[in-house]
Write a protein that binds this ligand. Structure first.
Ligand code: ZN
Length: 181
């Protein structure tokens, strides 16, 4: 799914009550956003929008998988996305001021004249927050037995200090003459 219009909900036309929206989010969604540390994203976000007269209650349920690199050996692994997030969107005459003043991150103000809800930035933020911080080949295996042992060996060698390379630059060689004189 690309095109930003797909992520705009014309909530004004909705009846009061709960409406469900489903979003499939893959790597294309992140293409024009800051670089991610994951790839091969197959996220699904179910948004329940409970419409009231002067406010909306949103619940974002994130599921699916992302491709990550194992923290220990760098092997590509896939991890589950599993989290949910609540938001309250309040309608106001002065949403900009209220958004600045209100420090509650779960409350967002929009203008009473607004007809669409732009959910792309929330989807982005909530998917990022759903990416697990524990990124190992196997969560159960803390000893590294399921890691790529060959890669671990290479990483170990890379940690050794590099032997100093003495490449003689002809310019410095010429300057040495002056230095020694
Ligand atoms: Zn690993």
């Amino acid at each position: 799914m690309s095109g930003h219009r797909d992520f705009d909900i014309a909530f004004v036309g909705l009846k009061l009550g709960v409406h469900v929206f489903d979003y499939d989010v893959d790597d294309a969604f992140f293409a024009d956003r800051p670089a991610q540390e994951f790839q091969d994203c197959q996220a699904h976000v179910r948004l329940s929008l409970d419409k009231h007269t002067n406010f909306l209650i949103l619940k974002f349920e994130v599921s699916g998988t992302v491709g990550l690199a194992c923290d220990r050996c760098g092997n590509p692994i896939h991890k589950q996305l599993w989290d949910d997030f609540d938001m309250v969107v309040k309608m106001s005459d002065d949403p900009d001021t209220l958004n600045e003043q209100d420090e509650d991150p779960d409350i967002f103000y929009i203008s009473r004249t607004e007809s669409h809800l732009h959910v792309a930035d929330w989807l982005y933020e909530f998917i990022l927050l759903s990416v697990p911080t524990q990124r190992l080949c196997s969560d159960a295996d803390a000893g590294g037995g399921s890691c790529n042992l060959a890669a671990l060996e290479v990483l170990k060698q890379m940690e050794q200090p590099e032997p100093e390379t003495h490449t003689e630059n002809p310019i410095w060689k010429g300057l040495d003459k002056f230095r020694n004189s």
